[in-house]
Write a protein that binds this ligand. Structure first.
Ligand SMILES: [Zn+2]
Length: 419
């Protein structure tokens, strides 16, 4: 896993802009477009390195079908000549509250899915080898400081209609067994693996009638399947990315992070990437105060987001990073994005501008957090939180509130004295 003892590390969660015409060229003739693809990977990696990113990727240049749909070409048992109407929508709960808006904006959004008609196996070995070789070449042979994303079984399940297994558990574990080969190829090559599992949180929206208790059971089974696929890979070589689906809908009915955070943390991953720059979830930094992280866990909160075209101010990015540095320590925080930016912002210029803001904000946070005395301040803040948390546990909220009021009064008195 990546730690830093002298600055806030920088990375991002996925897809970056592709050069004009690359998607069409890959779609039309995969083989013929290979030189164009290799060139695009070199350019996108170089741009990230020039910007000052610590952990870069290939910008998902080869995955022209999308972060999840790309597996259509890498799994056997999928009939690509057919599609089925998607039965589950990650807007289903919101659609009840906002039928007009969802009907207007998402009428045909992701309405068809691929169909599994036979046994699933991994047949994407050569394509993955190409992804690995392109990234390695772009890094001048180095693998440290680079990652490749790959999609989780639970998210594939959502975008794949099963006509063969006809049993949820069998279907999920068959996907897991197949995808394990892609995960392993990435880490065997020396890269960090980022497993993308947006459906771990956003699956909640798909079942409007489900209780939190039942959803936790549903999510736990998906995590079991994912961990099964990751069983041969050391935890420190894995980063998990979760988000709430990243569609630009209301998100009013997203599941609160607190309801599933323990399940998310069951995933065998040394780093967790999640949404924090999204106005529906920004307040949820608080949940990290109350969870016990396994030793060596790093957090990659999104400090710039996909939900708005407005470019975050670097000072806001720095403030967001400081919030997390105060909770888990500055060495354990990586500046990230809420999700893959390029697929959701209105123009590639905005993606690069947001990534610039991320790097600049991380520099500001580094300056503040590593300046003399900052270490003491972070330690003191941590100790105060531990004290507050134990006061809450011991005597309930009222005592803690009383204490806070007392502290505030004492501080005011001190300030008066100084004057
Ligand atoms: Zn995402």
């Amino acid at each position: 896993m990546y730690f830093s003892t002298d600055h806030i590390l920088t990375s991002h969660a996925g897809v970056l802009p592709r050069p004009d015409g690359l998607k069409e060229a890959l779609e039309a003739d995969w083989q013929a477009a290979q030189p164009q693809l290799a060139q695009a990977v070199t350019a996108v990696v170089q741009r990230q390195l020039d910007m000052g990113f610590d952990i870069v990727n290939d910008g998902e240049q080869s995955k022209f079908r999308g972060f999840s749909e790309y597996v259509r070409d890498r799994l056997s048992g999928i009939d690509n000549s057919r599609t089925e109407r998607r039965r589950l929508s990650i807007l289903a709960r919101d659609a009840k509250d906002f039928p007009g808006f969802v009907g207007m904006k998402f009428k045909n959004w992701g309405s068809s899915v691929a169909v599994c008609t036979g046994p699933l196996d991994y047949i994407g070995g050569d394509v993955t080898k190409t992804d690995i070789a392109n990234l390695k070449a772009a890094m001048n042979g180095k693998t440290s400081g680079a990652y490749l994303p790959s999609v989780a079984p639970g998210t594939i399940e959502h975008w794949l209609h099963d006509e063969y297994y006809k049993d949820t558990e069998k279907f999920l574990f068959a996907i897991a067994d197949a995808m394990a080969k892609e995960y392993k190829a990435i880490t065997d090559a020396g890269f960090l693996l980022q497993v993308d599992d947006p459906d771990l949180p956003d699956g909640w929206q798909m079942f409007p009638g489900m209780s939190v208790k039942d959803y936790r059971k549903y999510a736990s089974l998906r995590v079991e399947a994912l961990n099964h696929a990751l069983r041969e890979i050391p935890r420190e070589k894995i980063r998990l990315h979760v988000c709430w689906g990243s569609n630009h809908g209301p998100h009013k009915n997203d599941i609160p992070f607190a309801d599933i955070i323990d399940i998310v943390l069951r995933v065998k991953a040394g780093c967790v990437s999640f949404e924090f720059a999204n106005v529906r979830h920004e307040h949820e930094w608080r949940v990290w105060q109350d969870v016990k992280l396994k030793d060596g866990t790093t957090l990659m909160p999104g400090v710039v987001g996909h939900a708005t075209d407005i470019i975050e101010h670097p000072q806001l990015v720095a403030d967001r990073l400081t919030t997390f540095a105060n909770i888990v320590g500055r060495e354990n925080v990586i500046a990230g994005t809420d999700c893959g930016l390029a697929a959701r912002l209105s123009h590639p210029e905005l993606t690069w501008a947001k990534l610039d803001a991320l790097v600049e904000g991380a520099r500001l946070a580094t300056r503040a957090l590593w300046r003399s005395g900052a270490k003491k301040a972070v330690k003191a803040a941590k100790e105060t939180r531990v004290r507050k948390a134990s006061a809450r546990t011991a005597s309930g909220r009222k005592t803690s509130a009383k204490k806070t009021a007392r502290n505030r009064a004492a501080k005011k008195a001190k300030a008066r004295k100084r004057r």
